[in-house]
Design a protein around this ligand. Structure first.
Ligand SMILES: C[S@@+](CC[C@H](N)C(=O)[O-])C[C@H]1O[C@@H](n2cnc3c(N)ncnc32)[C@H](O)[C@@H]1O
Length: 418
């Protein structure tokens, strides 16, 4: 089982007295579970145990564990504040209980073991998240919402996915009592096909183009209004509104009544949020480049917090981003007239975030595409016989094909007439 290298040498030993049988079962179980050796296995068991202890820590202990001295005010604007330091200290010693209307955030995906997301890491991830979960419950109002954007991850070395973000969701609901209002999917139409090995080279997986966004709340009825986030009507709906519709029963059995002719200003959006994250020139980036500040590598596109802030908060409400990064949430909240707090551990990221507010807050994007195109599945007809499956599921790399060896492109399947 791959583990990142320890940043300190592991040269300290302890002796454990075992019988020969015990020793054999340790070796067997460690090998069965995929650990490289017994040390790895014992370390894993220990980490699990430590995680359970964190789970048992009461909220009051978190108050002592994350004292106020771990945070300090970094910068204030008309409506908000950037806080430098560990947001757990803010959650337990800064924010008042039941004071926040929306927590809009994107936690680090791989903090526990960098670049490793096996499913045992998923348990570690959940344990790491526990103090935040407890702090979110403390700070959030009963009618407030918690929105967590969290990308999926591949298990290193094989074409399968980690369950860590699903485990996090289950933990938040089953252990901390949050309600899952609705999952959203952020589709990034500009996402590159990764991981290249499985998608482009071995061709056994497809492009991973969505992030899950968990919308949760303390009660089943957080305040919300989908009329705040309408999507433009499609061309056919516009025609329908213009030309009228004959009320009738659809083949599906749905009764399309004349109510469908009412212009509501736009249609109710789906829970698939199409937002291309392609920003390459912006005031933020220019400022970072000019001042030799690292550009945050995992920034929100502003439309993501904008959607949830509009949908779930009123002007004057309080929005908190406990993993603030380059403070996109704060900047969007400021423009939308919401009060806000962003906590961030890295001072450099906050240095860069200043550009979002100076000399004045960056306005929201005006020119946004009315729609993106996505093809229905199997829109390119391909003949099965010319394109056999990889029977080994991609376990081995296909041999490189030179140009001379290359076969003609697979014959296209004739489209059946509809
Ligand atoms: C995925 S990034 C968030 C990026 C942000 N949404 C943006 O648009 O720039 C997560 C951030 O959380 C910060 N972080 C991790 N642990 C933290 C903690 N305990 N308190 C405050 N910030 C933390 C990391 O430094 C990182 O910048």
């Amino acid at each position: 089982m791959g583990r990142p290298k320890a940043n300190k040498p592991r040269n300290s030993n302890i002796n454990v007295r075992l019988t020969a049988e015990e020793r054999a079962t340790f070796d067997d179980v460690a090998a069965d579970l995929g650990f490289a050796n017994v040390s790895e296995y014992i370390r894993f068991l220990h980490n699990q145990r430590v995680g359970e202890t964190v789970q048992a820590t009461a909220a009051e202990d978190f108050k002592a564990r994350y004292p106020k001295r771990l945070i300090r005010s970094f910068h204030k604007t008309r409506l908000g504040e950037m806080i430098w330091g560990d947001s757990r200290a803010y959650l337990f010693n800064g924010a008042k209980p039941d004071s926040v209307d929306l927590i809009m955030t994107s936690p680090p995906f791989g903090l526990v073991r960098k670049k490793s997301y096996g499913n045992e890491d998923a348990d570690e991830y959940c344990n790491w998240f526990r103090p935040f979960a407890e702090g979110f419950k403390r700070a959030l109002k009963d009618d407030g919402s918690l929105v967590i954007d969290i990308g999926g991850a591949w298990i290193p070395g094989q074409p399968t996915r980690s369950l860590y973000h699903f485990k996090l969701l289950v933990m938040l609901v089953e252990e901390y009592g949050f309600h899952l209002c609705q999952e959203h999917y952020w589709w990034n139409p500009a996402k590159l096909p990764t991981p290249a090995e499985w998608v482009n080279v071995r061709r056994v997986r497809v492009k991973d183009a969505v992030n899950t966004v968990w919308w949760l709340s303390k009660t089943p009825f957080p305040k919300a209004n989908n009329r705040r986030v309408l999507a433009p009507y499609s061309k056919s709906m516009q025609d329908l509104l213009r030309n009228g519709y004959v009320a009738k029963l659809r083949p599906s059995g749905h009764d399309i009544s004349s109510k469908f002719q009412k212009d509501n200003g736009g249609s109710v959006p789906p829970n698939l949020l199409a937002i291309a994250n392609t920003e390459s020139t912006s005031r933020y980036q220019e400022y970072c480049r000019d001042n030799n500040i690292p550009i945050h590598p995992a920034r929100f596109p502003p439309q993501l917090p904008e959607y949830f802030i509009r949908f779930l908060t009123e002007p004057g409400d309080v929005v908190l981003d406990p993993f603030g990064g380059s403070c996109v949430t704060g900047a969007v909240a400021e423009v939308l007239g919401r009060r806000w707090v962003c906590c961030e551990m890295s001072e450099e990221y906050l240095d860069g975030a200043l550009a979002r507010f100076q000399p004045s807050p960056v306005p929201l994007l005006k020119d946004r595409p009315a729609s993106y195109e996505i093809a229905p599945p199997c829109a390119v007809p391909v003949d099965d016989a010319d394109t056999p499956l990889f029977a080994d599921g991609g376990a081995k790399r296909p041999p490189r094909v030179t140009e001379e060896q290359a076969e003609p492109k697979p014959k296209r399947r004739a489209r059946a007439a509809v």
